[in-house]
Design a protein around this ligand. Sequence first.
Ligand code: NAI
Ligand code: PYR
Length: 317
Amino acid sequence: MSDRVNRVVLVGTGAVGSSYAFALLNQGVTEELVLVDLNKEKSEGDAMDLNHGIPFAPSPTKIWFGDYSDCKDADLVVICAGANQKPGETRLDLVEKNTRIFKGIVDEIVASGFEGIFLVATNPVDILTYVVWKFSGFPKERVIGSGTILDTARFRFLLGEYFDIDTRNVHAYIIGEHGDTELPVWSRADVAGITVAEWLEQNEQYKQEDLDQLFLNVRDAAYQIIERKGATYYGIAMGLVRLTKAILQNENAVLTVSAYLNGEYGHEDVYIGVPAVVNRKGIREVVELKLDDEEKAKFNHSVNVLKSTMEPVLEKD
Ligand SMILES: NC(=O)C1=CN([C@@H]2O[C@H](COP(=O)(O)OP(=O)(O)OC[C@H]3O[C@@H](n4cnc5c(N)ncnc54)[C@H](O)[C@@H]3O)[C@@H](O)[C@H]2O)C=CC1
Ligand SMILES: CC(=O)C(=O)O
């Protein structure tokens, strides 16, 4: 048996980062967890607080407050650092500020000698994942964004609730930008092995207009939560843990992440939310779903919005 120890370095221990650290410890996913933040006192306090939960955790985790040199021996660096949306702001509004922050962070991580996988959650996540790929010079499969993992979870939860079926038996994806131009892949959605179209045909209590509203609630969930409590963090934290497990445990799990397209879906040179096979090497491959014409048009629009937002920002660097 290998005595290799898994190490995750978390950069950014704000609301999202500290919720991720807490969920990671609770699920016993990694042997070592290092916390890094511009606000050193905050990450030091978080390390102390989390350590006091170790006697109650399912397996031992060594947790400390560290610095970028700790990335050298890391398997995974998860970045949750940067500004979040204020009420009324879109994710794309954060692009300039967070790209500037990322330049410094990625340079430090690469300078440490890090050779693992980057996982990015900071918004706008698709563009910042591209930024990490560009700034780091890493192969595309070792740079992953959380993409639409959270949107897909919201979609599955709401579909499960609507059809009164356990959400784990709902297979349906949100793809595209993690943001206002995302789209549901209705043509492939199945609940308990029955397509959504069949559910509508079989029972008149289910209506297309309810499903249209359901998607709007998925798309606008972040705005609804931010209006009520200022930020969202538990859902994404659990999504990041799911991704961490898929990577460290070499799962070949299919998750909707922000992946680099190199011809898939008819696009290239963009990171965007699509289903992909995730394992110990990062992204093994993008799963190319057959979309209907309306879905294709919406996906193309989402790619165009991301590219046109990203281009002027990257030209400045
Ligand atoms: N991908 C997704 O599905 C989701 C993404 N997010 C995004 O996650 C990001 C973080 O959100 P919150 O945790 O709510 O924000 P927060 O403000 O609570 O935490 C941000 C943390 O980043 C740290 N930070 C800032 N600059 C840094 C630097 N140069 N180096 C190291 N640390 C630095 C801050 O000190 C702070 O602790 C935001 O961009 C937010 O929009 C939030 C929810 C879901
Ligand atoms: C903030 C954000 O990106 C979300 O909750 O979807």
